[in-house]
Design a protein around this ligand. Structure first.
Ligand SMILES: [Ca+2]
Ligand SMILES: [Ca+2]
Ligand SMILES: [Ca+2]
Length: 133
């Protein structure tokens, strides 16, 4: 209970520019224990992919990404398109998401807590951190 209060206090404390990130954190944290496990994270990124994949063919094109004005399409393609064909397969996307999870999990605990999430400010608007478009 103490822990929950601490997390709530923290969320209130950092409110403001980080609000969108808080929402995304809560959305990804399905069981509401204040931690995002890799399974929760990959579920969330999988949903984000499906939301961007308008024609549901399992491939993200630049046009589909550009349809969302919160996302920098060039940056996303740079980060995820492993074979450089200009298209992002779900496999490529989830692989990049996995790498992102590990880089956010600074203390290698196997989950991302709110501190780790919020300290990654530079990339709050990375599509891997944006789960409520
Ligand atoms: Ca959780
Ligand atoms: Ca598509
Ligand atoms: Ca590709």
């Amino acid at each position: 209970m103490k822990k929950v209060m601490a997390i709530l206090t923290m969320i209130v404390f950092v409110a403001g520019p980080a609000l969108a990130a808080d929402k995304a954190f809560q959305k990804a944290d399905k069981n509401k224990d204040g931690k995002i496990t890799s399974q929760e994270y990959l579920n969330a990124t999988s949903k984000a992919f499906d939301e961007l994949d308008k024609n549901r063919d399992g491939v993200l094109t630049k046009e589909e990404i550009q349809a969302n004005d919160k996302i920098d399409a060039d940056k996303l393609i740079r980060e995820t398109d492993a074979n450089r064909d200009g298209k992002i397969l779900k496999k490529e996307y989830q692989k990049a998401a996995k790498q992102r999870f590990h880089s956010m999990d600074k203390n290698k605990s196997g989950h991302i807590d709110y501190n780790e999430w919020a300290s990654d400010r530079s990339d709050l608007y990375s599509p891997f951190n944006l789960f409520s478009f």
